[in-house]
Design a protein around this ligand. Structure first.
Ligand code: FES
Ligand code: FES
Length: 170
């Protein structure tokens, strides 16, 4: 039985038409159909967060969404963070500066988790987060290299510098 749907996905501000079976996850379609391989397939059960992307600005686990559910939403993957010139975003630079990545497998998920959270905080006018708040956010994702301290450092540093220089995010 064929259960295929023609859908339009808006990813990183570009529209893509794809034909997908209803059972296919957003993660699979991003990685295999659109060749956006930044979102990683870790547990594929919603546990590790390696597949985190932004759906209408909010972090979401792409392995828990069907691609057909994402039609009509603005999707952003880790590929959207760097400038077209290749210059890394402020958050990516902070991860590098603080050694917030070891093998790097979890990094795209942490970046998108943090990006969504930082943007949401900025929109509400919240001030500088304390370390406990950042730790709470980071605890949503798993790092098998256990680099949590440096990941928290990188996110906290980005929050601080964005508050000091609003609007400069690269
Ligand atoms: S791959 Fe999606 S949460 Fe682990
Ligand atoms: S840096 Fe290796 S899993 Fe996090």
């Amino acid at each position: 039985m064929h259960d295929r749907h023609l859908i339009t996905l808006t990813v990183n501000d570009e529209e893509h038409e794809v034909v997908v079976e209803a059972r296919r996850t957003l993660l699979d379609v991003l990685r295999h159909d659109l060749r956006l391989t930044g979102a990683h397939a870790g547990c594929e059960h919603g546990v590790c967060g390696a597949c985190t992307v932004l759906v209408d600005g909010a972090p979401a686990r792409a392995c828990l969404l069907f691609a057909v559910q994402a039609e009509g939403s603005a999707l952003h993957t880790v590929e959207s963070l760097a400038a077209p010139s290749g210059e890394l975003s402020d958050l990516q630079q902070a991860f590098s500066r603080h050694h917030g990545l070891q093998c790097g497998f979890c990094t795209p998920g942490f970046l998108m988790l943090a990006e969504g959270w930082l943007a949401e905080r900025a929109a509400t006018g919240a001030g500088e987060p304390d370390r406990e708040e950042v730790r709470e956010v980071a605890s949503a994702n798993l790092c098998r290299c256990t680099g949590y301290q440096t990941i928290v450092d990188a996110i906290a540093d980005t929050a601080r510098t964005r508050l000091a220089a609003p609007g400069e995010t690269a």
